[in-house]
Design a protein around this ligand. Sequence first.
Ligand SMILES: O=C(O)CCC(=O)C(=O)O
Ligand SMILES: [Fe+2]
Length: 356
Amino acid sequence: MPGISTPPFPVDVPTHPLLVIDYRRVKDGDKDEIEKLWNAATQLGFWYLKNHGVDAEVDGMFDMGLETMALPMDEKMAHEQGDDGASFGYKAAGTNAVDEKGNLDSTEFINVSKDDALAFPNVVHRAYPSTVVARMNSTIRPFIEKSVEVNNTLINTLNAELGLPEGTLAQLHNPEEQSRCVARVIRAPPKPGPIDEQKAMLSAHTDFGSLSFLHNRLGGLQVLAPGTDKWQYIKPVPGHAICNIGDSLTIFSGGILRSNMHRVVPPPKEQEKFERYSVVFFTRANDHVELRALVEDSPLIAGAVANTPNAQVRFWPGVTARGWLERRVRGQRIKHFTVRLGTPTVHTRTHRNRAI
Ligand SMILES: O=C(O)CCC(=O)C(=O)O
Ligand SMILES: [Fe+2]
């Protein structure tokens, strides 16, 4: 982030390693690189992506986030996303529960819809704060266009590896159609001292959409790797994005692609004093697409589903991509959090947001 210098990730804090995927090689059809991407997407569901070519646009997005969070609270609140599952606009601190006791978060987001950015100055979904409008053409639209290109290239590559007919997943993620695809900047204030659940900046979750393209400067992101019961940091590496699979690709692929649990806690050691910003682009399936395993289109997917207990419940949730997203966003809001007979519950799904 220009103008703000923060200490590097400490050398003596354990981290979970990720495979490094070279985007240019994947785009060029390099077989070894594609195999590495397949391993990352099916085993952990997270990887580093280098040579993606979006660095300048990401820097601009960090600046847009700083400018937006510095606006007067009444301008931000005029664009708050509300409690009904909408995911575009500003998310205020204190609107989500961070733990099962109903403690409140202190994390703010600004969420800009792909549809609004591409149609600008026309409005598809909603209006945004002045700092977003000022950078829509110069920063946000180029960031979104490039992120769409990167994510859709990776999705097309996974389509082929899943044995799906060409264009199957592309048709479900058509940028020309309306979706909940969104560019997000996250701000979390410092919370020095030992980590406990109340201090979570984002509580444990899987991502709701298909593919996330994340840019981190400070540590704080942690994964719960399969077969472990210990949260581990993912170290931010300059110039490397962090990509991860979301719930809908898991469902489309009958569980072959893995949407893994993760959370955000205060950055470690000397980084803990700094406020934490992150930038993400979330690719989500088109609004009307039904979430279901694509068993008719791929013997590989049909085979995976046949070997999965409770496949019907896991892979046929009976909801569209838009419905899934709205249900999960609503479920995080404190407004929908209740405590019954001393047992805290959230109206929609479990508080831990385990997707499937
Ligand atoms: O800020 C981060 O590092 C992760 C953000 C994240 O997991 C999310 O927004 O879903
Ligand atoms: Fe996430």
